[in-house]
Design a protein around this ligand. Structure first.
Ligand SMILES: NC(=O)c1ccc[n+]([C@@H]2O[C@H](COP(=O)([O-])OP(=O)(O)OC[C@H]3O[C@@H](n4cnc5c(N)ncnc54)[C@H](O)[C@@H]3O)[C@@H](O)[C@H]2O)c1
Length: 304
């Protein structure tokens, strides 16, 4: 079964270099018409130039594909809307959005300015919100959409010096959880990808031996599956160096500790059982937590 994107239109943000460029090239090679978006700034988000996006468009066209460049900053909602409108005007639809644009402003939390925290949230979270909001009505109307958020192991598990980045990256998973539910009736599937790859973003963060193993090309297959017609929804795939894993946000079975004056002491005494992982589940939506809690409380009432 081959994955192809003939007749599909894709927007890839931050596609002037790194992973985004490879995502755009791969989608185009499999038949998609691609909007190559990139602000063209430095790793910390400073500066701007359309040339990075234009050069990837040239690569796609040289390989026989169709693409257009967009220099919109994902932080600018009006610009994101104009980008989506341009794609619809040229090609009539938008099937795929890969929210990939990103920057770093690393520092330990103690030393980090609030402005650096805010900018990273603005690019990663609000950038994904702006682009998703811009394509959502199009996808809803055509009853088809595939949206890939780019999260990170930092967001899922933490990384020293990246509190701003981690918060913004896990926020994209939160966005995915609800948009997957809201999009389901329109066949809009929303997933997240946590890559590990040697790019300018990681070149000084990882040891050279690791960088050699982490070819960015190895991340692309996971994106292609998440962007494909047969994509899952609400799935977090982690990909690097040829391996793919899934990350889950789980709920443990927990324990009933009651609401009495001694509840804090009961919890302290049973913390190991409350956090024990045997029998944990991946809830289908947020209401599962409340249902589990109410069911246990009701069961105790019935027994009493
Ligand atoms: N490389 C990794 O190991 C790794 C790990 C986890 C997550 N990620 C994520 O993968 C994505 C791609 O990163 P990369 O490693 O290819 O780094 P990269 O720096 O090469 O790519 C990021 C791209 O986003 C663009 N960009 C930045 N701000 C933008 C804005 N406001 N509007 C439009 N474009 C903008 C940049 O110009 C750049 O081309 C990022 O979201 C990053 O956080 C990467």
């Amino acid at each position: 079964m081959s994955i192809d994107f003939k007749g599909r239109v894709a927007i890839v943000t931050g596609a002037g270099g790194g992973l985004g460029r490879l995502h755009a090239l791969a989608l185009a090679a499999r038949g998609a018409k691609v909007v190559v978006n990139d602000l063209g700034g430095a790793r910390d988000g400073s500066g701007a130039s359309l040339s990075a996006a234009e050069s990837v468009v040239r690569e796609i066209v040289a390989a026989g594909g169709e693409a257009m460049a967009s220099g919109a900053s994902v932080t600018d909602f009006d610009a994101a809307q104009a980008m989506a409108a341009q794609a619809v005007q040229a090609w009539g639809r938008i099937d795929i959005l890969v929210n990939n644009a990103g920057i770093l402003r690393d520092k330990s939390f103690a030393k980090m300015d609030v402005a650096d925290f805010r900018l990273v949230v603005e690019v990663h979270l609000m950038g994904a919100v702006h682009c998703t909001k811009a394509v959502w009505p199009v996808m809803t109307a055509q009853k088809y959409g595939r949206i890939v958020m780019t999260t990170s192991s930092t967001g899922l598990y933490g990384n020293f010096g990246q509190s701003n980045y981690g918060a913004a990256k896990l926020a994209q998973v939160g966005l995915m959880q609800t948009l997957a539910l809201e999009g389901a009736k329109h066949d809009i599937r929303v997933n997240a990808l946590a890559p590990t790859a040697a790019t300018r973003m990681t070149e000084d963060l990882l040891p050279p031996a690791m960088l050699d193993a982490l070819k960015p090309e190895a991340v692309v297959p996971a994106m292609l599956v998440l962007a494909s017609e047969a994509a899952p929804t609400r799935t977090i795939l982690c990909a690097g160096a040829g391996s793919v894993e899934a990350a889950h946000i789980t709920l443990t079975q927990g324990r009933w500790i009651g609401v009495g004056a001694d509840a804090p002491e009961m919890l302290a005494a049973q913390l190991a059982e409350v956090t024990a992982r045997d029998g944990e589940s991946v809830p289908r939506d947020g209401s599962a937590q409340g249902r589990q809690e109410i069911e246990r409380a009701m069961a105790r009432l019935v027994r009493a």
